[in-house]
Design a protein around this ligand. Sequence first.
Ligand SMILES: [Zn+2]
Length: 503
Amino acid sequence: MHESAIRLKNKSIAAARGSDARHYFSIQVTIILYVAKINDIIPVANGANPVHSKRTTGIQETARTQVMTRTRLTTCLLLLSLAGAVVAGEIENVRVWTGPDKTRVVLDLDRSVDYSVFSLDDPDRLVVDIDGSRMALDPELDPEHSGVVSKVRYGVRDGEDLRVVLDLSEAARAKSFLLEPTGSYGHRLVLDLFPKNARSAAERVRQVARSLPEDDRDMVVAIDAGHGGEDPGAIGPSGMYEKNIVLALAGELERQVEEAPGMTPVMIRTGDYYVPLNERFQRAREARADLFVSIHADAFRDRRVRGSSVYILSRSGASSQAARLLAQSENQADMIGGVDLEQSDDMLRSVLLDLSQNASLEYSQTAASRILDELGTVGRNHRKQVESANFVVLRSPDVPSVLVEVGFISNPSDEANLGSRQHRNRLAGALRRGIEKHFRETAPRGTWFAANRDDPARYVVQRGDTLGIIAQRYSVSLNRLRQANAIQGDVIHPGAVLEIPTG
Ligand SMILES: [Zn+2]
């Protein structure tokens, strides 16, 4: 009994402070307008303006007997509502994230707010005015992560509003938007600052594409460390963040791909900041990537679940319930990491149009199988087969894309493994070998892989291969392939090593 009463109380507080706060305020505004209307009928002393009718004393002084009762009642209601309004909106926290092309400042709010933003120069500042709010923080900036923001100051404006001033180290273009509550986050105001002389991420990525030699070019691998910045991803039992662990792993994979012949890495995210899901694959497209690999280490409510799995895009439905749930939770990243949905909609729509011509899915499947096989040599696989679901980050129309779960951060032994540099290096090695195998089989003419394909004149038969497919892939006739390997008929077994005739 006692417990349920407390729960009810908490619930009503949550309703007033949380998602229903806006509704709560609209009720207050209605009452205020109602009082203003009464003031219109009543001759108002001292020329009091209905706009200022919030001041209850003014109403009491000017009320006539006729409307006295009504006004008193309204005043009571008004006083009640003002008692609520006295608790102004609160800025509960300030966080700053910096990436190569922008600095993001996130203000945690306890409700949705009205605000305005403007820039000042000499010295460069961004001013944010937030209505009916206050702040009681001492925001300390970590200079390593605060980018163009050198200081955060604030003060009361017009008695009840808040002015936040960001001192900037250089001129920056600002963009701002509000985020609705998601997961463990409440309302947030996001301020993105783009330094005027910064090279955009897209520009840098394009440079990689341009710098590749024309002949025997490298295959480009876009390496995407999941989550980042506002979005920590899954959190392990000992407090490990998915965003950090996958970034470390992505860095190791980058090093290994860089060292391997015939491949060039492009990093989609290089630090602790958030990149929207559709921008991730757009960057891969701009870099003319031959493969996009998104790296994750997610959580499951059952902590016993462990091991790696590899996913590709399916738009027609998921291969399993677990795959569907995973895609759902990954697709929420934009809500947590912070994306101005109004802006991204158009871009997403244009990309979705192309999706009907998605010929890259077949390549995604090969890449995913090779990577899954290799991961199986490093640790256990959670799934024996490549799974598929509707992951937004894999929706590139023309870049074969896979999403790799290198383990479950929710499983204590997976978490411990992921925390070990040695194990991460082994995982990166498995990813690199899987990618290499995929390129060896599929790289087009004009690439280093195609030019050097004849060198290792052996091929290990994979699951799903037919003699015809292998013959086509190496441009030899079916008969020559049969002769060279003394095969009669068409039966080949996975794991068998075939001699590939050259010349
Ligand atoms: Zn993830």
